[in-house]
Design a protein around this ligand. Structure first.
Ligand SMILES: [Zn+2]
Length: 60
């Protein structure tokens, strides 16, 4: 992830400070199709797990 992408993510998250956030799962518990972080105040999807992937850092 480069600095531009980091700053963008910061901006996206900061915009929703003090808002009601919810993690929603779509497609059923057994085989979820998508997981989203949503802002209930803005009625907006902040992060969509279909679009973003966070990988653990390799510690070797
Ligand atoms: Zn919001």
């Amino acid at each position: 992830m480069n600095d531009d992408e980091k700053n963008l993510l910061w901006d996206i998250l900061w915009k929703h400070r003090n808002h009601k956030l919810e993690v929603a799962r779509y497609g059923g518990n057994a085989a979820p199709e998508d997981v989203c972080l949503e802002c209930l105040d803005c009625n907006e999807v902040i992060l969509d797990a279909e679009l973003y992937t966070i990988c653990p850092q390799e510690t070797e």
